[in-house]
Design a protein around this ligand. Sequence first.
Ligand code: G
Ligand code: G
Ligand code: MN
Ligand code: NA
Length: 255
Amino acid sequence: RQLLSELELALKNHEFCFFLQPKCNSMTRAIVGMEALVRWNHPTRGCVPPAEFMPLLESTGLVTQLDQYIWESVCKTLHKWQESGSNLVPVSVNVSVVDIVNLDVPQIFSNLVEKYQLEPKLLLAEITETMLAENASLMENTIQGLHRKGFSVMMDDFGSGYSSLNMLKDTNVDAIKLDMKLIDMNQQNRSKGVQIVESVVDMAHRLNLPIIAEGVETPEQVSMLQAADCLYTQGYYFYKPMPVENAEALLAQPN
Ligand code: G
Ligand code: G
Ligand code: MN
Ligand code: NA
């Protein structure tokens, strides 16, 4: 109850911001994109991670306000980078199923790139498969609408939900993000785990879908993924989510 009124106030006071986590090719180290991850700059508690407030925002529907604010902030940042002649990479934003049910996401994205004079390919949508599962036809309409306006969609957390393969079959996503639990191996499940990763990567290749591994933390995971031919990675091993200025500095470095 109290958290809810705090969140409403925080939205009004613009206390939310986002960090950027680079995605890179583990062989060349080239940065191929970034993901925007929301943070709450709490006046007394400092930087609060989304796990602590996202569930309440989603269950109350307030997440649509937050997400539209984050999407616009991301576009402002891209516009600024573009104006300054910086190297540009696509930035993905998270789209909640609540947004898809309550908003015209393709129209909102399209208004934003027009307002900030951006190529649609610079703004990517990440949607998690469990969310996709709740309403496959609405989801597919949204994906089609995004495609018509030039945007691409990544299926987030692939492998964590109960109907990944169905969703892959029934919607036209443009890329897959391998859930971090699938690459988290212990001694006992290692050989099975590696075979599962190899099979999923092989499936993505057969479907002509780029695949990126999330939550990559160790050099062992990097070599396992390279052996499986999954070169795109996102995770603490290469980069943690960082403030926008740090991401900007990183893009300014020659590769
Ligand atoms: O940054 P972190 O790993 O703590 O994020 C936790 C969860 O919050 C993840 O599932 C992530 O997808 C989600 N998340 C992060 N930023 C946003 C955002 O801007 N909007 C929405 N809807 N979800 C987000
Ligand atoms: O659900 P989504 O994939 O959008 O959420 C990504 C979440 O994973 C973010 O909260 C981000 O901070 C977190 N994350 C990113 N890289 C790593 C990592 O290498 N290890 C762990 N444990 N979490 C990570
Ligand atoms: Mn994501
Ligand atoms: Na994820």
